[in-house]
Ligand binder design. Structure first.
Ligand SMILES: Cc1cc2nc3c(=O)[nH]c(=O)nc-3n(C[C@H](O)[C@H](O)[C@H](O)COP(=O)(O)OP(=O)(O)OC[C@H]3O[C@@H](n4cnc5c(N)ncnc54)[C@H](O)[C@@H]3O)c2cc1C
Length: 536
């Protein structure tokens, strides 16, 4: 018979078992108690006043139109309001990631885009790392589907809005929502007025009016303007040298921001330069070593002088004038995304990924999640925040849980650009297998934690050692350097006192240089004091 040791000898073991049981039990209890359905309430569909809507959606971009489509399909009365008339342009890189492609397929929009030759699926693509390692591969045959496609927003948004309209949503174009937006709490009804005096009423309000969201700001849910920014310019088909579908460039001077080229239908190119909020002052517009003021210079220098981008552009690209738009990343500036009778979605809620600057797919996923929750609320008759909170739970599960890690990732590659070189090194070694993993993580098909899995992290660790060896010991020359003319411009910019962009040194190296300079000055002062005191 097995003899158990006396209790006193096993105290540690029992304590560990008790803690494990308590933590496990706590988690199970939390999961069991977690609310999964809206509560019952008084506002069932039969109580809706004549002429009122179940849901009023402000903004018919990807988030608002997708929400309207699924709500209308589910039988709700929906008003979809937009200040513009469609088709209208939206400044964007036009790269639509896989989760959005799936939603567009469900809505029948992909078929329409294909038939009209307005979409190009990215069969091959890749990236260029800060030290100039590059890889262009074919991830599609590994993934079985394209990781992204490119569609001009002027073509995409009109089709998504019309799909919502066909599903039964009441699309009101040229309806600019003004300051008069009020909730009658007793009646459970919003009244929304346009700037020219038209009025709609409804049980729920969905703010989907984009990154500067006037609505969420005036209602007090958004407390700061968006801090990220990106440029865009189209390049006429046939006037460039790009022989790939999509390529991302990480020049070290604008990290964690990056430049990207996507090929559209009819051989046209879309070029964007993203500046991603990062650093101690990210809340006030710091984007690594850059600010929004640097965008125009970076964009134009990249097209003319960047060793990789200018090669893809060719000698005479027919390039349109640069335009820019703001990026609200990782929920920046938002106090909440739900309240009584209210939901905030898409860019208005800061659904842009803090590492990639992309937000069409999260806008659509968020729009669909909002519709699912609101249909359940409508059936239960409750639109209080005790029920609408299910929406925040849902978008956090879908993609929001990734935002913190994306933010950390952006911070890391800004401080240690060699990490991106290590990724490029490993992609070069493994080829398309690794490229497809990279593409899946960057397009939200897999969470960022995927990079922490041992089978991914260990090879990346070895790649990092290889890069340290080659860059620090073997002194491999940096291949991502600007030619002299552009460098001079960057130096003038640095002298003028603005944050340095375009320099080839990393923040860590700059700090080391500053420390050395301070030490030298201190030694000089000490020598001076010593000389005065007659010690030398
Ligand atoms: C330069 C740039 C490049 C980008 N590149 C990419 C990319 O390549 N891939 C990607 O996934 N994401 C990209 N993004 C992000 C992407 O554009 C957004 O995440 C996406 O458009 C969010 O959709 P949305 O429906 O939330 O908002 P929006 O698309 O901004 O739609 C908001 C709608 O609300 C309407 N509206 C605003 N105010 C009112 C009002 N008062 N009354 C009525 N209507 C109103 C507007 O007219 C608009 O139609 C980029 C962004 C920028 C700025």
């Amino acid at each position: 018979m097995v003899q158990l040791p006396p209790v006193s000898e096993n105290r540690g073991l029992y304590a560990a078992a008790a803690v494990t049981a308590a933590v496990g039990g706590g988690l199970l209890l939390r999961r069991a108690l977690r609310q999964t359905k809206p509560l019952a309430g008084p506002y069932t569909p039969d109580t809706l006043p004549k002429g009122a809507y179940d849901v009023i959606i402000v903004g018919a971009g990807p988030s608002g139109s997708v929400a309207a489509y699924y709500l209308a399909k589910g039988g709700a009365r929906v008003a979809l309001l937009d200040k513009e008339h469609f088709p209208r342009d939206k400044i964007c890189g036009d790269a639509v990631c896989t989760p959005a492609i799936h939603i567009l397929e469900e809505m029948g929009v992909i078929e329409e885009l294909k038939a009209a030759d307005e979409v190009r699926f990215a069969d091959n693509g890749g990236f260029v790392s800060p030290s100039g390692l590059s890889y262009i591969g074919d991830s599609q045959h590994k993934l079985g589907t394209a990781a992204a496609c490119a569609v001009r927003r002027i073509d995409l948004d009109v089709r998504v809005a019309r799909a919502a309209q066909r599903a039964g949503a009441d699309l009101k174009e040229g309806f600019e929502v003004g300051k008069d937006v009020t909730l009658d709490k007793a009646a459970g009804l919003w009244t929304v007025q346009s700037t020219d005096g038209k009025t709609v009423t409804g049980r729920m309000l969905v703010c989907a009016d984009g990154s500067t969201s006037r609505l969420a700001t005036q209602l007090g849910y958004c407390t700061a303007p968006p801090q990220g920014v990106s440029s865009r310019a189209y390049i006429e088909g046939g006037s460039h040298n790009a022989n790939f579908d999509g390529l991302v460039f990480y020049p070290r001077w604008s990290l964690p921001g990056y430049a990207a080229i996507f090929k559209h239908a009819k051989d046209e190119l879309g070029f964007c330069y993203y500046l991603i909020p990062c650093g101690n002052k990210a809340q006030t517009g710091q984007c690594g070593n850059c600010t929004a003021d640097d965008l125009k210079r970076l964009h134009e220098n990249a097209i003319k002088h960047d060793p990789f981008i200018s090669r893809a552009m060719g000698p005479n690209p027919k390039c349109e004038r640069m335009r820019a738009g703001s990026l609200r990343v990782g929920g920046q500036g938002l106090t909440t995304t739900f309240d009584d009778h209210l939901i905030i979605v898409g860019d208005a809620a800061g659904f842009i990924d803090p590492l990639t600057g992309e937000g069409i797919h999260t806008a659509m996923m968020g729009g669909k999640a909002a519709a699912e929750v609101l249909l359940a609320c409508r059936e239960a008759g409750d639109f209080s925040k005790r029920s609408t909170r299910l929406y925040e739970q849902r978008w956090m599960e879908l993609f929001g849980h990734d935002f913190k890690l994306s933010q950390k990732g952006a911070e890391l590659i800004w401080r240690f650009p060699i990490l991106l070189d290590a990724c490029a090194n490993e992609v070069q070694r493994q080829g398309d297998a690794m490229m497809s993993k990279w593409a899946e993580v960057m397009t939200n098909m897999r969470p960022k934690t995927y990079f922490l899995r041992p089978d991914v992290a260990i090879p990346l660790g070895f790649a990092l050692l290889r890069e340290i060896w080659q860059q620090k010991v073997m002194k491999r020359p940096d291949q991502y350097v600007m030619p002299a003319a552009a460098k001079q411009q960057e130096q003038q910019h640095a002298v003028s006192g603005a944050p340095q962009a375009g320099g080839s040194s990393s923040p860590a190296r700059r700090r080391r240089r500053q420390r050395r300079r301070r030490r030298r000055q201190q030694q000089k002062r000490q020598r001076g004091r010593g000389a005065q005191a007659g010690y030398q």
